[in-house]
Write a protein that binds this ligand. Structure first.
Ligand code: NAP
Ligand code: GLV
Length: 351
């Protein structure tokens, strides 16, 4: 069944970096962008109007792609998300409906691991607080107690610090590799792939409870799923050392943010570095007023090169879906074997 002449086959929810658009253009594929202003997303209505007529939806992590929306996509050959995390997409519903979902893994691993370290160091050494003090002209004289933070390397205590990594996938492993330069002891937890941790030199597997109790720094690298929602709540924060710092560059709802505010205010833990929030872009009441947090606006993968490559990967998935081919990076590859997918392909592309 062909599309109405004026319907672009690819609908992109928001402006993506030029390399992705260029790839679509050079393949002769028309695409429409629903929202081109950088500081806002398309309305739910605009996405709802666009999906029934398009063949590929190229989404960002800011747009919910739920079952109801997917069900309206009678012409959809795939959803291509420009992000590695796809928690905004109902992947189970997509699979049931025969719709492949693409993402952009790997290319952003180093950039996100670097940002994780930037947050960890900034929180430990009070960098934003010291910067604000300096630019306000408050620096009068060097002092032995001026912004004394916490060591990340053994430092003055001579004791190697313990880094606890929750979720030992691509980014978790990249964060662990960087710890060697700080002579840290690295412990990690992941429920299913314990062998991966045990076969990594210099990294020790622990239970989550042990990790929380032992670590000076706890860094989260799990996807957001039902299992990881509020993985870190009251019990877990109370288990951490009062001197420990929590870093979250995974997804906001992995941490119970309201409880985290209490933990930081009441000294259950020493500090936090956050790139992501439970109700993004909003923050839990009180979070931004705390003196012991470093807060970033979800910029884990934000380097120019990496964002360009992510856009290209998303465009490559979109082009493959348009042709009825397997996307190079599909989060639900089992969909390709389903009757729902084969029937969808047959109905839309005619066999
Ligand atoms: P990945 O390679 O799939 O790694 C995720 C790891 O989490 C897997 O090894 C998985 O282990 C583990 N895991 C799953 N459930 C867990 C649980 N309950 N407890 C502990 N570990 C668990 O993904 P990635 O590429 O590293 O990305 C991780 C996440 O980072 C993404 O899903 C995304 O949400 C986030 N992210 C954020 C930014 C940012 O801008 N801040 C940038 C990129 C990614 P098993 O194999 O045992 O299941
Ligand atoms: C960013 O948060 C991603 O999941 O790619």
């Amino acid at each position: 069944m062909s599309l109405p002449v004026n319907t672009p086959p690819v609908v992109i929810t928001r402006q993506i970096p030029e390399p992705g658009l260029e790839l679509l253009r050079s393949a002769g594929v028309r695409a429409s962008i629903l929202e081109t202003e950088e500081d806002r997303g398309p309305t739910t209505e605009a996405v709802g109007r666009a999906v029934p007529g398009c063949r590929v939806l190229l989404s960002l992590l800011t747009e919910p792609v739920d079952r109801a929306l997917l069900e309206t996509g009678s012409q959809l050959l795939g959803v291509s998300q420009m992000a590695v995390g796809v928690d905004n997409v109902d992947v189970a519903a997509a699979t049931e409906l025969g719709i492949p979902v693409g993402n952009t893994p790997g290319v952003l691993t180093d950039t996100t691991a670097d940002l994780t370290w930037a947050l960890l160091l900034a929180a430990a050494r009070l960098i934003p607080q010291a910067h604000a003090y300096q630019v306000a002209g408050r620096y009068r004289i060097w002092g032995p107690n001026l912004f004394t933070g916490m060591d990340v390397s053994p430092g003055g205590s001579g004791r190697p610090k313990v880094l606890g990594i929750v979720g030992f996938g691509r980014i978790g492993q990249a964060v662990a590799r960087r710890a060697a330069g700080f002579e840290m002891d690295v412990v990690a937890f992941t429920p299913r792939s314990r062998h991966r941790i045990e076969s990594t030199p210099g990294v020790r597997w622990t239970t989550l409870d042990e990790l929380l109790e032992e670590s000076d720094f706890v860094s989260l690298h799990v996807p957001l799923t039902e299992e990881t929602h509020h993985l870190i709540g009251q019990e877990e924060l109370l288990r951490m050392k009062p001197t420990a710092i929590l870093v979250n560059t995974a997804r906001g709802p992995v941490v119970n943010e309201e409880v985290l505010v209490r933990a930081l205010a009441e000294g259950w833990i020493a500090g936090a570095g956050l790139d992501v929030y439970e109700e993004e872009p909003a923050m839990a009441p009180g979070l931004a007023d705390l003196p012991n947090v470093v807060l970033l606006p979800h910029i884990g993968s934000a380097s120019q090169d990496t964002r360009g490559r992510m856009a290209e990967m998303a465009a490559r998935n979109a082009l493959a879906f348009l042709e009825g081919e397997r996307g190079p990076t599909t989060v639900n590859p089992q969909v390709y074997e389903t009757t729902a997918y084969l029937e969808r392909l047959d109905r839309i592309l005619g066999g």
